[in-house]
Each structure stands twice: as structure tokens, then as C-alpha cells.
Design a protein around this ligand. Structure first.
Ligand code: GLU
Length: 419
């Protein structure tokens, strides 16, 4: 089902539609349709067997009209320039939609990190910083984790950056371990933010958690914590998947913490990654990632990669609500089909913005040499996400459009005004 449509072409279509509606003119569209800066460099590291290997690395600095470039670094075998550009563009919009004073950027390395030892992973992470350190920094461009990168990788990166610039610089990266200047709550912030946004929609639709069945695609940091939080709040988690396949759980569903325990216990740890799968949970029907998307559930949570729901499968989606925790999982053609089917899509640039909001809080704490409690962080996050939901909802009502179009209108208008 996964289509190979260029995701950058897809987001530009949406941008064009939005700038036309806002009457922003050709010049603004043209400026917004390309990144300010594209940095690309091959990184060569020594492998444990003594041989050398080269990986392509990227940093795209898309737009900084509202503040320093901000966005994660993805380690993935299919990372490529068009993907990084798309994700950088989405970061610009995301920061604008939730009203934090940051621009947007993204980085990546084309690598399967699951094949690396811990030492190789560290050498590659440090090599990324050596390649790009002159172009990033606390007031310029602040990277963070994304798919297959984590707090430990951020701590290596901050350490490398601090050595290169000759001073401790905790505000140069966010998503660090708490012991290295990270923020309380950052690790689960994306999921927590998604939960706050979903709760606002659930109120509007009168959805009761205990009567609501949820399927989650992806069991990384975001998918796992979203499933865990929703389960704790009483929602029924009836299907889960990861890159190796999925499971359906009948009846009352499953506790994702139990699934994680089994995945860790049965999986082999290679380097920094657990090679287990949710499919290790026996006694449950196995399904593919594609089948999970089409299950008869109330809420579908794509929390893996882009281009999952396309014109090829949108017609088969049965969920009433889609909470987009991944970036770009639905193509514009699929959006149109879902809108006709009256399926509410909570768009990525709102739904998964909790991560960058708490990254912004972490950056503020680092600059102030201060530390907030988890309660302070989540209270502020909740306020931000509730306000953003209410702004997007109001825009959707006013313009009679879907929530993604409303979020684009809100975000692009804020960017244009910052100019
Ligand atoms: N990678 C995350 C995202 O896509 C977080 C970015 C950040 O914290 O800067 O939103």
C-alpha cells in the first residue's frame, strides 16, 4: 500500500492551496517552497571490524523567520534529501501552529542503525556533529531526536559540539537525558501532547475512552508512549504493530507496557536497539501493517513513517478519528477521501507537536540554567496543546475546512506575519 510519491511534492501542493487562500502572492509561495539552506555530507566512520564505511548525512534549515531552526535528526535506511526537506518544512509549520518562537529544520543519516554496534553508533553520531557544527548552535539551529535517535545519541552530540566550540553548550541540542541537561517529561512529551489534543476532540465528539477502540501503527518512542497513555486513560488498545508486523487483541485490548516487556524479553539487543517485535506476544492474531490501518476501530494512530494512507487504501479506512503521531502519514489525495468519509484527522503539525514544545521548554531551561518539574512541564504543555487545538478548531469552523487545512492556514499566516 505504501506509495513512493515524493512527500515534498505533496506538502508543496498543500502550501500552494494555503497561500492562495490567504492571498499571500507568488513571491511568498516561491520563498516558502524551498529551504533556506541544504547541508549534505558523506560521513566515513571506522567499523568495529577495522573497515571504513560511508553514510550520507543531511541538515536542512528550512525557515527561521519565527526563530532559530528547530527539528530532529533521523537515522533511517531510507532517509533522503526529499524526505528531510519535507520534514523540515513540517517543523516550520508545527512550531507556528503551536505558537513557539522557533523556525524549522531537520537532519538525517541514511543508515540502518540497528546494524551498528554501540561504538559505531557513537562514532557516527559524533561525525554528524563534526560535519555540521559550524552551521548549528543554541541561537541558530537546535537539533533533537527523531526516528531511531534517542537521548543517549543527543548526549554524545552535545558533548561533541561542546568540545568543538570549546565550551559547555547544553542548549545546542534538545531531547537530552535529564542528567545531561534534558527536561523532565521530554521523552514522553510527543505522546502526552497527542493525548491532550485527542482529549479535546473526544470532548467535541462525545467519545468515552472505555467505549473507544484504538489501533496504533508503530511501537517506537511515540507509538509506544501514545498507546501506554491512552491505555492508562481507559481507551482500549486493540491492535499494535512495529516494522516487523502487528497483532490484533480481541475483547478489552492489551496493556502496552506488557507488550513492551515481552518485546524486550524476547528480543535480542544489538548495539543500542532491541530487535524484538510486538509479534512476540503469542496467542494473538497476526496482521500486517497495512491490515492494521483498515481495522474497524474508533481511533487510528499512525505513529511510524510517512505515506501510509494513500488514495490506494483511504477508502478502506474505518476509524472515525485519525491521530497523526507520525509526520506525513496521509497523502493529500487520501486526505480528500477521508474528509468525504467524515473521518476527523488530527494533523501531524498539531497532534505530534508536543515533542518540539517540550524541546522548546528544555532549551529555555538550559539558557536560564533552570530546571522545571515534570508537573510544571506537563501543565504548560497541556495549556499550549489545548490552546492550539482550539485555534485550529475555530479556524476549521470559520473556513469550513478539515483540521489539516485549518492548521496550515493558521501556521502559514503566522509565518507570513513574522516576515
Ligand atoms: N523530531 C520531533 C518532531 O518531528 C521533535 C523535534 C524537536 O524536538 O525539535 O517534531
Amino acid at each position: 500500500m505504501k506509495n513512493k510519491a515524493n512527500p515534498f511534492v505533496n506538502v508543496l501542493k498543500k502550501l500552494k492551496e494555503t497561500t492562495d487562500q490567504l492571498d499571500l502572492g507568488e513571491q511568498f509561495y516561491s520563498k516558502m517552497s524551498k529551504p533556506n539552506v541544504v547541508l549534505e555530507q558523506p560521513l566515513t566512520i571506522k567499523l568495529d571490524n577495522g573497515k571504513e564505511k560511508t553514510y550520507q548525512a543531511y541538515r536542512v534549515q528550512y525557515n527561521n523567520d519565527r526563530g532559530p531552526y528547530k527539528g530532529g535528526i533521523r537515522f533511517h535506511p531510507e532517509a533522503n534529501l526529499d524526505e528531510v526537506k519535507t520534514l523540515a518544512f513540517l517543523m516550520v509549520l508545527k512550531c507556528a501552529v503551536v505558537g513557539i518562537p522557533m523556525g524549522g529544520g531537520k537532519g538525517g543519516i541514511q543508515v540502518n542503525p540497528k546494524n551498528l554496534s554501540e561504538g559505531e553508533l557513537e562514532r557516527l553520531s559524533r561525525a554528524w556533529v563534526r560535519a555540521f557544527y559550524k552551521d548549528i548552535g543554541p541561537q541558530k539551529d537546535i537539533p533533537a531526536p527523531d526516528v531511531y535517535t534517542n537521548p543517549k545519541i543527543m548526549s554524545w552530540m552535545v558533548d561533541e559540539y561542546s568540545k568543538l566550540v570549546g565550551q559547555d553548550s547544553p542548549a545546542s541540542f534538545t531531547g537530552k537525558p535529564i542528567a545531561n541537561g534534558g527536561s523532565a517529561g521530554r521523552e514522553t512529551a510527543t505522546a502526552q501532547g497527542g493525548y491532550y489534543v485527542l482529549s479535546e476532540l473526544a470532548k467535541k465528539l462525545n467519545m468515552k475512552p472505555e467505549q473507544t477502540r484504538v489501533a496504533v501503527q508503530g511501537f517506537g518512542n511515540v507509538g509506544y508512549h501514545t498507546a501506554r497513555i491512552l491505555h492508562e486513560q481507559g481507551y482500549k488498545i486493540v491492535a499494535l504493530s512495529d516494522s516487523r508486523g502487528g497483532i490484533v487483541i480481541n475483547g478489552d485490548g492489551v496493556n502496552p507496557e506488557h507488550v513492551m516487556r515481552v518485546k524486550k524479553a524476547k528480543g535480542v539487543l544489538v548495539g543500542a536497539y532491541c530487535h524484538g517485535t510486538v509479534c512476540d506476544l503469542i496467542d494473538h492474531d497476526k496482521i500486517s501493517n497495512e491490515e492494521l490501518l483498515e481495522l474497524d476501530v474508533d481511533i487510528l494512530v499512525p505513529a511510524a513513517l510517512e505515506n501510509q494512507i494513500t488514495d490506494a487504501n483511504a477508502d478502506n479506512i474505518k476509524a472515525k478519528v485519525i491521530l497523526e503521531m507520525a509526520n506525513g502519514p496521509i497523502t493529500p489525495e487520501a486526505d480528500a477521501i477521508l474528509f468525504k468519509k467524515n473521518i476527523q484527522v488530527l494533523p501531524d503539525i498539531l497532534a505530534n507537536a508536543g515533542g518540539v514544545v517540550v524541546s522548546y521548554f528544555e532549551w529555555l531551561q538550559n539558557l536560564d540554567e533552570n530546571q522545571w518539574t515534570e508537573k510544571e512541564v506537563f501543565d504548560k504543555l497541556q495549556k499550549t496543546m489545548q490552546q492550539s487545538f482550539s485555534d485550529v478548531w475555530a479556524m476549521a469552523r470559520k473556513k469550513k475546512v478539515d483540521l489539516r487545512s485549518a492548521a496550515y492556514l493558521l501556521g502559514v499566516d503566522r509565518i507570513a506575519k513574522a516576515k
